[in-house]
Write a protein that binds this ligand. Structure first.
Ligand SMILES: Nc1ncnc2c1ncn2[C@@H]1O[C@H](COP(=O)(O)OP(=O)(O)OP(=O)(O)O)[C@@H](O)[C@H]1O
Ligand SMILES: [Mg+2]
Length: 298
């Protein structure tokens, strides 16, 4: 059943109950979005939980998730709707001979011949949904302009059919990795949430949630090292996703400590550029203790 949050704490508890640990502003902005009916623009580096927030909101609020994954060249036909040409053609062929153009046209431009794409599905949904427009920065500005009507009025216009207004108000999340600046017009229509790498204790809680079997001391050491690695000037600093992967890897390998050896063995789980690997091995790996047994070996 669809839930309706009554307070910021409600949202925070709800998100936690489905395995998402929100920061303060995440709970606040999500609450406001649900209450004000405004879309949220979520920006931040890769792997900090932008997409996951939409999933978590959908399961906590009991609303289906409709997802539009953006990419370069995405157009209305793939995002909004498309006419089902084949079906239209069949209909024209089946039409009695001698039928006038007007009759044919009235026939083939009906809802029955529309192929719904994600944005249209969200508008047409009978039940309230969560609409995730993921990685909006990958599209071009024309696509953004097309979204404006949808985001401010929750409606879309189809030339042959007229205006479609949403039956229920979806909760809309747009995510962006900031690869390009979004237009002011788009930002004005949204609430803004900046998700950054989390504070140490927050990340520790997330890592523990995903790998409850990992030893506490190792988990803490892991997030401390991750924080150190993020301090370096890397091409791609490790994200929460990498912290979780690393924790899983250490658990699987049965590591009982993160010493220099274990670190060098497993650091490719958190660092994924050739040059970054060198920097990290030198600046962080060197600081970790060398295991006594292997210390004496050549
Ligand atoms: N606050 C959180 N609570 C629980 N898990 C989290 C949290 N933040 C991130 N995660 C976990 O981190 C991983 C990465 O999150 P997600 O895929 O949402 O990142 P993203 O910001 O969408 O990244 P990208 O920009 O690369 O798409 C997921 O496995 C998710 O479960
Ligand atoms: Mg994502």
């Amino acid at each position: 059943m669809a839930a309706s949050p009554q307070s910021i704490d409600d949202v925070a508890a709800g998100l936690r109950s489905v395995g998402y640990l929100p920061g303060e502003s995440t709970a606040l902005v999500s609450f406001l979005a649900a209450k004000l009916g405004k879309p949220i623009l979520v920006e931040g580096p890769a792997g900090v939980g932008k997409t996951e927030l939409a999933r978590a909101l959908s399961s906590y609020l009991g609303r289906p998730l409709i997802r539009l994954q953006c990419y370069e060249g995405l157009d209305e036909a793939k995002a909004l709707y498309e006419w089902n040409y084949r079906k239209q053609l069949l209909r024209i062929q089946a039409e009695a001979e001698g039928a006038g153009w007007q009759e044919v046209q009235d026939d083939i431009f009906g809802e029955e011949f529309l192929l719904e794409r994600p944005l249209m599905s969200a508008i047409a949904a009978e039940e309230p949904v969560v609409l995730l427009i993921d990685e909006i920065d990958k599209t071009d500005q024309e696509f953004e302009a097309m979204l404006l009507e949808l985001l401010s009025d929750f409606q879309i216009s189809i030339p042959e059919l007229g205006r479609f207004a949403a039956r229920t108000r979806p909760i809309v999340l747009l995510t962006s990795n900031n690869t390009r600046e979004l237009t002011e017009a788009l930002k004005r229509r949204c609430l803004y949430l900046w998700l950054d790498y989390p504070q140490l204790e927050h990340e520790l809680a997330i890592v523990k949630l995903h790998t409850p079997d990992l030893d506490d001391a190792i988990a803490r050491k892991l997030v401390e090292i991750i924080a150190m690695v993020r301090e370096l000037d890397l091409k791609k600093p490790p994200s929460i996703a990498e912290s979780i992967d690393w924790a899983r890897a250490l658990l699987l390998l049965g590591a009982d400590d993160i010493d220099n050896e274990v670190f060098v063995q497993t650091m490719s789980v958190i660092v994924k550029h050739r040059t970054d690997l060198d920097v990290v091995a030198e600046r962080v790996g060197m600081k970790l203790p060398v295991r006594a047994a292997s210390a004496g070996q050549p």
